[in-house]
Design a protein around this ligand. Structure first.
Ligand code: NI
Length: 173
């Protein structure tokens, strides 16, 4: 397992619509374990493949509590088949937006169909943190970022700060 480097916003790859996986093979299983490793290394709750620069519909999540054992879920070609009409507001962050957080409103519950790492069809119904996380990651597969749920003004403030921080870093290096 390898920790891969994370694509940080603003970066046009984060706007790509990722491609479905046709065959669940060893390459996909390696990608999934590298993604989990990368997500844990960054203390994230979820990671989509495009966040390490791979435009495939593959994502991992783990929302276990700190004192519980890890509970990773590896998903290939996930599709949200149901959104609850109830909504919740949750403070979200993203490994591609280090140090930025924002309150985002989403469906309180979702049902998601996907393939597991053996290519078996599965379904999960989720609420609370897991529901939020699944919606956030599926958005990544469609090139949508959590800041895209904010008003244009708020989004531009964040993106401008990110671009400025990057320029400062380049000058430092
Ligand atoms: Ni994210």
């Amino acid at each position: 397992m390898t920790v891969r480097s994370i694509v940080v916003a603003p970066d046009k790859r984060l706007k790509f619509r990722s491609n479905p996986v046709e065959t669940v093979d060893e390459e996909i299983r390696t990608l999934l374990s590298d993604m989990l490793e990368t997500m844990y290394a960054g203390d994230g709750l979820g990671l989509a493949a495009i966040q390490i620069g791979v435009p495939k519909r593959v994502m991992v999540v783990d929302v276990h509590r700190l004192d519980d054992p890890p509970a990773p879920i590896k998903m290939i070609n996930p599709v949200i088949t149901w959104f609850s009409p109830e909504r919740i507001v949750y403070q979200e962050g993203c490994l591609s937006f280090p140090e930025y957080f924002a309150d985002i409103e989403r469906a309180a519950e979702v049902r998601v169909s996907y393939l597991d790492e053996n290519g078996e069809a599965r379904e999960v119904q989720a609420s609370e943190t897991l529901a939020v996380c699944l919606q956030h990651e599926v958005d990544h597969l469609d090139g949508k970022l959590f800041v895209d749920h904010l008003s244009l003004v708020k989004r531009n403030i964040i993106l401008r700060k990110m671009a400025k921080a990057r320029r400062a870093k380049v000058i430092d290096a």
